[in-house]
Design a protein around this ligand. Structure first.
Ligand SMILES: Cc1cc2nc3c(=O)[nH]c(=O)nc-3n(C[C@H](O)[C@H](O)[C@H](O)COP(=O)(O)OP(=O)(O)OC[C@H]3O[C@@H](n4cnc5c(N)ncnc54)[C@H](O)[C@@H]3O)c2cc1C
Length: 371
């Protein structure tokens, strides 16, 4: 069996690792010109199911490394004013495992064949039931299954399910990260809390690696090369819904809305890493229209993109990867046919994917500043 995967995000790479571990040929095609071509380094909280899913896709010999490069989710879940006085509570929080997306992606990339600069533009189902994937450059590639793991603006989805389109929630936020110094460790009350300013909300989260990733890889799995990332604070400011940054950089956009804020909060933004700061918009994709199982399917944000306030997009993408991996292994071993395996995956994925999107949208209003 040969599987083509469009998209080298968390879901596509986890699936490729899981298939490779089972001896199934899986090639990944990524639109970006290079793996590190743009901002990717934010922190994610994985719940137990998401963490078990990524573990299941990785070879067991890398499990000690995975355990070493994560951290524990920690959050006070308070509502604070800009001087850090407590003014309320956010309600029950999330516990789980904190990972850096960039670091996890590097682990997932190890040993895979990934063609970068390969934007999928379309596909054609062939008479023999296989599928040809077409790319902006180069020849089409034939496979038994094409998996669209190509994110919220999925090109695979545009053909497979053209009526499933992203919805823009209108919410914009700037996000960045700052090295975790002793001064910023003192902001622990704000980690996992919401700082409610005038028309904006600031959210902070700490990424504390149990072992620095590069050192952990050198010690535990020398064949893996991980980036040299140190502990940091991830900050995200949700903006008023006028749609514009109103400043030349994400930091300036945040600082321009922080007059009179606690000096440690201002310093946190001032000292952030400009290469890891960006403006993002929150778009969701709700899985609605089922299609007849065939040699093309979808996974992750391509079929159920959530609002980051739900904290479940990566968890759900990884759950997809693990579920599809297990279904495809059964097909490769002759225990069921390929279309039944894909159909069974899609039936389960549609149910929990739709629930994940609903949950994330329910969680959004608590973070959006009142205008
Ligand atoms: C700030 C932020 C915080 C978040 N926090 C959390 C959290 O705490 N917990 C959680 O569970 N989730 C979180 N999420 C959500 C999570 O990051 C995503 O849901 C997850 O990365 C989706 O994985 P994916 O593989 O489906 O898609 P992506 O990671 O988006 O990957 C898609 C890939 O496909 C590539 N691509 C796109 N088009 C094409 C094409 N035509 N051809 C080839 N390649 C293509 C893209 O370049 C990209 O590399 C957060 C998201 C953000 C933005």
């Amino acid at each position: 069996m040969r599987v083509s995967i469009a998209g080298a995000g968390l879901g596509g790479l986890a699936l490729a690792q899981g298939l490779r571990g089972a001896g199934i040929e899986a090639d990944v095609y990524e639109r970006d010109p290079a793996i590190t071509a743009r901002f990717q380094g934010y922190r994610l909280v994985l719940n137990q199911a998401g963490f078990e899913a990524v573990r299941g896709c990785l070879p067991p010999r890398w499990h000690p490394l995975l355990d070493a490069i994560v951290g524990d989710a920690y959050g006070e879940r308070l509502i604070l004013d800009p001087r850090l006085n407590t003014i309320g509570e956010l309600g029950p929080g999330r516990t789980g495992t904190v990972v850096d997306r960039h670091v996890l992606r590097h682990l997932l990339l190890t040993g895979l064949t990934v063609r970068t600069g390969a934007a999928l533009t379309g596909y054609e189902v062939l008479a023999d039931g296989k599928v040809d994937a077409r790319f902006s450059h180069g020849e089409p590639v034939t496979a038994d299954l094409l998996v669209g793991a190509d994110g919220v603006a999925s090109a695979v989805r545009a053909t497979l399910s053209p009526r499933t389109v992203p919805t823009d929630t209108g919410v914009r936020f700037v996000i960045g990260r700052t090295t975790l110094t002793e001064r910023f460790a003192g902001l622990s009350k704000a980690f996992g809390s919401k700082i409610a300013g005038d028309g904006v909300s600031l959210l902070l989260g700490a990424m504390r690696f149990r072992t620095p990733p590069k050192e952990a890889a050198e010690e535990l799995a020398p064949e893996v090369s991980l980036p040299d990332v140190r502990d940091y604070v991830r900050w995200a400011m949700i903006l008023p819904s006028d749609g514009s940054l109103g400043a030349s950089s994400p930091q300036e956009a945040a600082l321009s809305r922080m007059d009179g804020w606690h000096p440690d909060l201002r310093a946190l933004i001032e000292q952030s890493d400009p290469d890891n700061s960006t403006l993002l918009s929150i778009r969701v994709v709700e899985p609605r229209e089922r299609w007849a199982p065939g040699p093309v399917t979808l996974l992750g944000d391509a079929v159920h993109a959530t609002s980051p306030t739900g904290g479940n997009g990566a968890n759900t993408a990884l759950r997809d990867a693990d579920l599809l991996r297990r279904s495809l292994i059964e097909a490769a071993e002759g225990r069921r046919n390929l279309l039944d395996a894909v159909g069974d995956y899609e039936r389960q994925m549609f149910a929990y994917g739709a629930e994940a999107v609903r949950h994330s949208l329910d969680a959004l209003p608590a973070y959006v500043p009142k205008s």
